[in-house]
Design a protein around this ligand. Structure first.
Ligand SMILES: [Zn+2]
Length: 270
């Protein structure tokens, strides 16, 4: 049968494992979102590049259509010009001249369009170069992190299982009563942050900040039974960095080092 002191030592080891498992589960929950936000950032540059490349294709089509129009209208212009030679009436003459003027106008418009579209195409090609550079840059920046996070996510189930395995050994040592108290509090709270370490210098609960009374701290130091924080119900354990002070206190009833801060604390509370 273990003393409460030893019980609590194993409980602290168990708590450390449970916290690690909890952190890993939190990471498992967070990773997909972090991965997605990296993918989104890369995807935004890709979309920008895709849009420009789409615009380039669209502009090339527009140029081709205008060039086709020049060919068609030039052929029609030639046809109309030939008809001028076989004209018998003034009315027909006027009509053919109107046709010729219209075809010439269409050819001029199409030529102007080709020039205009070629200018736009040139600008788009510059934009595409910039977008390609931006896309390459963000990939270089974010891909290593993306790969690392993806690897981490893929391996996290094994890591959780391996870490959870480590809980078995301390669990096997802790008394049933202490263990069931610990499990009950953890289940109720939904996280493993349920142990507060106190001593004479540090009387505030790590979880809820409630100051424990000096009397309670002395009881926790003695570790004869399980004590809970009156504020939040966390399990109170002795904070190790004051162990020499505790021993000094046990050996001589009124050592100067510990009685002075306690007296000050009591005065402060009153
Ligand atoms: Zn508390």
């Amino acid at each position: 049968m273990l003393t409460m002191q030893e019980d609590l030592q194993y409980l602290l080891r168990l708590s450390k494992v449970d916290k690690k498992v909890h952190d890993l589960k939190q990471t498992r929950k967070d990773l997909p979102q972090r991965i997605q936000s990296l993918r989104d950032a890369i995807g935004r540059e890709k979309s920008a590049l895709d849009k420009i490349q789409g615009d380039i294709v669209h502009m090339q089509t527009a140029i081709q259509e205008s060039q086709d129009a020049i060919v068609t209208e030039s052929a029609s212009l030639e046809e109309s010009s030939k008809r001028l030679n076989n004209i018998s009436t003034n009315r027909e003459y006027d009509a053919v001249h109107l046709e010729i003027a219209a075809h010439k106008k269409n050819v001029d418009t199409a030529n102007a369009q080709v020039l205009h579209f070629q200018q736009i195409l040139e600008n788009l090609r510059k934009e595409a170069e910039e977008a390609e550079a931006a896309y390459a840059k963000i990939q270089a920046e974010l891909n290593p992190e993306l790969e690392a996070l993806t690897t981490e996510l893929n391996g996290i189930e094994d890591r959780i299982a391996a870490e959870a395995q480590k809980a078995e050994e301390p669990r096997a040592h802790i008394s049933k009563k202490t263990l069931s108290m610990y499990d009950r509090i953890m289940t109720r709270r939904g996280n493993p942050n349920i142990i507060a370490a106190v001593n004479h210098k540090h009387r505030a609960c790590d979880v809820c900040s409630r100051n424990q009374t000096p009397q309670r701290v002395i009881e926790v130091a003695k570790a004869k039974q399980l004590y809970l924080c009156e504020g939040c119900g966390s399990i109170l354990v002795w904070r190790e960095d004051d162990v020499p002070a505790l021993h000094a206190k046990e050996e001589s009833p009124a050592p100067v080092e510990t009685s002075a801060p306690e007296a000050a604390a009591e005065t402060a509370e009153a």
